[in-house]
Every structure is written in structure tokens, then in C-alpha cells.
Design a protein around this ligand. Structure first.
Ligand SMILES: Nc1ncnc2c1ncn2[C@@H]1O[C@H](COP(=O)(O)OP(=O)(O)OP(=O)(O)O)[C@@H](O)[C@H]1O
Length: 266
């Protein structure tokens, strides 16, 4: 369904600086595939290039080299009409649920935005659909009239997820979507994402630093280091045994579950 072919990217020259050469490569020759209904975990330490790859896949950052094919079409060469169609199939949920929304808009307006852009529903049909979406993400129809500051972080992330699934997309890029939530909400959102994936046949690109979260929800895992893909494999415990240095770094950042295994600060 999605193919990334030999994508390289750098963020361009600093032309306003004298003698500022090209910037270093942020993505170097990255190729990967996401099949329909599959969740691919994209891991790596900070600055590895995960979000840049997410933006390239979403059509938001044209790569310096390479191709992104979504449903067989090159998203950077498609004409406007094709692109509009592809855009509805590709959605994103970002880490910071508060900055992802307009603080003056109600949940109904936030979820209704993509419907306004793509569907021609009557006011009644749209209201019914928004209420269904709210219930589907574990909120209530009464939440429709609330403003972002009236929700907890976990609840507002559910509103963002409702907006992302409103058009029944094929692929959702989840860019650190659970990272800013506490452990209880992280677990709840992970099981919501798993449920939605099963009922809609969604694919996810799950961008995270958290190898445990990735092992919970993903089918396969790709690890990036300094712009390169350095590991790909099934999302099984075998990754914990890998001796690839970037993978080892991620594995060693997992907190031991038992307090006796944790570092003691004197
Ligand atoms: N808009 C931009 N302009 C210039 N450089 C950028 C831009 N966005 C990201 N970068 C640089 O690209 C590199 C990769 O950043 P990116 O955000 O893709 O990494 P990441 O793996 O998602 O990191 P994190 O986990 O911290 O979000 C970093 O060195 C970053 O400073």
C-alpha cells in the first residue's frame, strides 16, 4: 500500500549565511513498505530522522531524492485531484494534542473539519457522525460541545484520533502520539488504536522512542539511526537480543519493571 523508495533528504542550504555549505543528510537512502492493515513501528533515538520520514510519507516534506508511492501513485508527482484523494486516505496524530487543535474550536468543530472538506453531509448527518466518532473513541456525545481546555490530555488525544479516523483513511501516522500521556492513558490509547485498527482495517506508522509500546501494538519494527534504516524485523522479543548498536541503545533505555532493578540515586 505504501512504498518508500531510496528516499534521501536534507533541509536545504542556509543561503542567507555566507559560505554555508549543504546541510547534512537527515534521511539517507531509506526504503520501506507498509502493507494494508499492518502496523509498522518506527523507532530511533532523538534526531534519527523519524518525524522527517513521517512528514515525507504524509506529503508534507518533498524529499531531495527518491519516491513515495501510496496506492501505487507517486505522491510528489500526482496532480491536484489525485493528491486530494490521496490526502484523505493519509492522516496524522501528533504528540502534542493541545497544539494540534484550535483552542477556540469545540470537539464537534475539530472532528467536523475533515468532514467539511471532503464530505457533503447535511448538518444532521454530520452531527450524527461526530457523535458516533466520539463514542467510538471512548467519549460521549455530550463531549461534542466542549473546548480543548475542558478535556484531559488523554481525552483530547481521543478527539484528535476521532478527527483522524473521520474520513476512514487507509494509513495513520502516529508521531509520538502517546508519548506525552501518563502510563494509564498510554495503555488506554494503545488499546483504542488496536481496536480501531481491527474494525477499520487501518495501517499505522507508529513513530516512537518506546520499544515496549512498539512491541505492544506493532507487527514489525524499523529502527533508524542518523537518517539510515539500521534494523528491520518482526515485532517480537527477538529485537531485545539484537546486537545492532542503535537497537541496543533503545533496549537499554527500557526501565526495569521491578524497582530493585532500577538505579538508586544516593
Ligand atoms: N524543519 C527543519 N529544518 C531544519 N532541520 C530540521 C527540521 N526538522 C528537523 N530537522 C533536523 O533533522 C534531524 C532529524 O529530525 P527529526 O525530527 O526527523 O528526528 P526524530 O528522529 O523525529 O527526533 P525526535 O525523536 O527528537 O522527534 C535533526 O537533526 C533535526 O534537527
Amino acid at each position: 500500500m505504501l512504498q518508500v523508495y531510496e528516499v534521501s533528504h536534507s533541509y536545504g542550504k542556509r543561503s542567507w549565511l555566507p559560505r554555508s555549505g549543504s546541510r547534512p543528510s537527515v534521511l539517507a537512502d531509506v526504503s520501506l513498505t507498509i502493507e494494508e492493515g499492518v502496523c509498522l513501528g518506527l523507532l530511533g533515538t532523538s534526531g534519527a530522522g523519524k518525524s522527517t520520514l513521517g512528514k515525507v510519507i504524509l506529503g508534507l516534506e518533498r524529499p531531495s531524492q527518491g519516491q513515495v508511492l501510496f496506492q501505487g501513485k507517486d505522491i510528489y508527482r500526482a496532480d491536484k485531484t489525485v493528491l486530494k484523494g490521496l490526502r484523505r486516505e493519509l492522516q496524522v496524530v501528533f504528540q502534542d494534542c493541545y497544539s494540534a487543535v484550535n483552542p477556540m474550536m469545540t470537539a464537534a468543530q475539530i472532528i467536523g473539519e475533515p468532514l467539511d472538506n471532503y464530505e457533503r453531509l447535511s448538518a444532521k448527518e454530520q452531527q450524527r457522525m461526530i457523535e458516533q466518532l466520539l463514542v467510538q473513541v471512548g467519549l460521549t456525545p455530550q463531549d461534542a460541545s466542549k473546548l480543548p481546555h475542558q478535556f484531559s490530555g488523554g481525552q483530547l488525544q481521543r478527539v484528535n484520533i476521532a478527527r483522524a479516523i473521520a474520513l476512514k483513511p487507509k494509513l495513520i501516522v502516529l508521531d509520538e502520539s502517546i508519548s506525552s500521556l501518563d502510563m494509564v492513558h498510554q495503555t488506554q490509547i494503545l488499546s483504542l488504536l488496536a481496536e480501531l485498527r481491527a474494525s477499520y482495517g487501518l495501517s499505522y506508522l507508529f513513530i516512537t522512542h518506546d520499544i515496549r509500546a512498539a512491541l505492544t501494538i506493532c507487527d514489525s519494527i524499523a529502527v533508524m539511526d542518523q537518517g539510515r534504516l539500521v534494523y528491520t524485523g518482526d515485532a517480537t522479543d527477538s529485537i531485545l537480543e539484537s546486537d545492532q548498536p542503535a537497537v541496543r541503545q533503545l533496549v537499554s533505555s527500557i526501565l526495569p519493571e521491578h524497582p530493585s532493578g532500577r538505579i538508586v540515586f544516593e
